[in-house]
Design a binder for this molecule. Structure first.
Ligand code: F6P
Length: 536
């Protein structure tokens, strides 16, 4: 259970009673009783159709969930975000990625200042720079055009742009490759650089802080590779950077005219809309990126203005709360039935788990249930790996299916759609003992399925930059609303700090510069095992 402030709310108490009823209500029966269920529990937003009819809900359940959202002042939290208030209280910052995709002339104000002047100026610089690289006006040090973009970053400075660039591969040119390096294991950088001509390669160093150890190590290695081939003077032609820390980027040797700013009010996992999108812009062109921003903007307007009961991010958030808090669901499976969306689960893992993987509410007191374990991978491959657990494992794991109605090949699209829709049906229906025919009694238990497993289906008319922007923004706002319900700060990530600090202090012990004194015997033993390989 969770904090008393939440559990004592009348809306919460009513939902507890409702959960008892719904636990014994098969969705099959709900569908049989109401043929109009699909139209009652699905909504269209532009090119996106969201079907949430295969959930353990009735109109009453949804009304109660929306009542809880109202009681937790989701409307107030939403308004505070769009007003640029410092809702990231533990870091005393605004949370303003919505400004990055504001394409209108509306002012977006933080601390009394309209940030849109800086945002627009940066967009213009990104456009000019990427146009120049793409049309060959801006060349490498030897005069050769740039043919390879290599982004170096990690976390939000990697997962978002890598996912978006991969999803928009059909918008890329054959003569300009884009790669992403995040792992400090040199094997990744070596693999990416293999066969590339330094004279045709442009590195984008993406780091909000410009102090992240993995990114610094890879950036230094990339620089050494380039300098080895072309000399120090070439660095300014082959590196660009995105950071809040303009000074550190300059100190690395990157010219100010190719250092693109971001701001502390753009969180790393929400930064793909900012200059962190540079590798996407270079790979796909600025106009494509603008369509992507416009898709997110469409969701922002919907989220900001639609009543809670019709608000898709709010509905998706409250369905997540329903299962996490009232049915002990530990996880959420994200299942894109589209090869181009295969990296969505990885991106959403950071968006959701780094945001809502918290154990205390704003006043510092503990909370038992917060964000789900997010996992998933592309369908229908995943049907042949972990779906068994989704269908017959004892845990209730809600699923999000994503699939586009149009794609390159009609036959393969129909196969994908058939598989995706059939899975939602199988999860919902299950198969009773009596439906298992031609099977001896002892095997019936093995061949029957409990069913009543919830899923949401997000149908895209087609995967375009616009619909892609919509999907990501939808999940971002969903995560935000869930944080408001739980009363946690979705915008800090102190939990990753301890490991970073300990790694920094372990490095000298691994290098033999300091003994691993004061560490537990396991940690010291592991360090000693490495040291032994050096002397052996
Ligand atoms: O993993 C923690 C984190 O701070 C993420 O939130 C962030 O996206 C990532 O590290 C990378 O940080 P930076 O962009 O500053 O290098």
């Amino acid at each position: 259970m969770t904090t008393p402030a939440l559990t004592s709310l009348p809306a919460w108490v009513a939902l507890t009673d409702e959960a008892r009823v719904m636990a014994d209500t098969p969705m099959r029966a709900l569908f049989a009783a109401a043929p109009e269920r699909f139209s009652a529990f699905s909504r269209r937003l532009g090119p996106l159709l969201v079907d949430y009819s295969k959930h353990r809900i009735t109109a009453t359940t949804l009304e109660l969930l929306i009542g809880l959202a109202k009681a937790r002042d989701v409307e107030g939290g939403r308004a505070a975000m769009f007003a640029g208030k410092h809702i990231n209280t533990t870091e005393d910052r605004a949370v303003f990625h919505v400004a990055m995709r504001n394409m209108s002339d509306r002012a977006m104000t933080v601390d009394g200042r309209d940030v849109m002047t800086d945002v627009r100026a940066t967009r213009k610089r990104l456009k000019d720079f990427s146009d120049a690289v793409r049309n060959g006006t801006r060349k490498g040090a030897t005069g050769k055009p740039i043919r390879h973009i290599v982004n170096i970053g990690i976390g939000g400075s990697h997962l978002g742009p890598m996912f978006v660039a991969d999803a928009l591969k059909d918008y890329q040119r054959d003569d300009l490759t884009v790669d992403f390096v995040s792992n400090p294991d040199r094997a990744q950088l070596d693999e990416v650089l293999k066969g590339k001509d330094p004279a045709e390669t442009l590195f984008t160093i993406s780091s909000k802080t410009f102090t992240t150890a993995e990114t610094t190590a890879n950036a230094n290695a990339a620089r050494a590779w380039l300098v080895n081939a072309l000399g120090d003077a070439a660095v300014r032609h082959h590196f660009a950077a995105v950071s809040v820390n303009l000074k550190a980027a300059g100190a690395f040797g990157i010219d100010a005219d190719v250092v693109f700013p971001m701001w502390d009010w753009v969180g790393g996992r929400y930064s793909v809309w900012s200059a962190i999108g540079l590798p996407v812009i270079l790979a796909c062109g600025y106009e494509v990126f603008e369509q992507f921003l416009k898709g997110a903007e469409e969701v922002d307007r919907h989220f900001e203005t639609a009543p809670l009961s019709e608000n898709l991010p709010v509905i998706m958030a409250m369905l997540g709360i329903w299962y996490a808090d009232f049915f002990d669901a530990p996880a959420l499976a994200v299942l894109p039935y589209d090869h181009r969306l295969k990296l969505l689960p990885a991106h959403l893992q950071q968006v959701d788990m780094e945001s809502n993987g918290k154990g205390v509410i704003l006043d510092g007191s503990p909370i038992a249930t917060t964000g789900p374990i997010v996992f998933g991978s592309g369908g229908s491959d995943s049907q042949h790996s972990f779906f068994q657990l989704l269908h017959q494992g004892p845990a209730l794991i809600p699923c999000d299916f994503l699939v586009a109605l149009k794609g390159a090949d009609k036959d393969s699209r129909e196969l994908l759609l058939a598989n995706a829709i059939a899975q939602t049906e199988a999860l919902m229906r299950g198969r009773t003992h009596s439906e298992v025919v031609g099977t001896p009694e002892p095997l019936k238990a093995h061949r029957s399925f409990p069913g009543n497993r919830p899923s949401t289906t997000l149908l895209l008319d087609a995967l375009t930059p616009h619909s892609l922007g919509m999907i990501i923004a939808l999940y971002e706002h969903k995560v935000f609303v869930q944080g408001l319900i739980w009363g946690i700060n979705s915008f800090d990530q102190w939990g990753v700090e301890l490991g970073k600090e300990l790694a920094t202090s372990l490095l000298p012990a691994l290098r033999g510069e300091k003994p691993a004194e004061g560490r537990d015997s396991s940690t010291a033993g592991l360090v000693a095992a490495y040291r032994a390989t050096l002397s052996g």
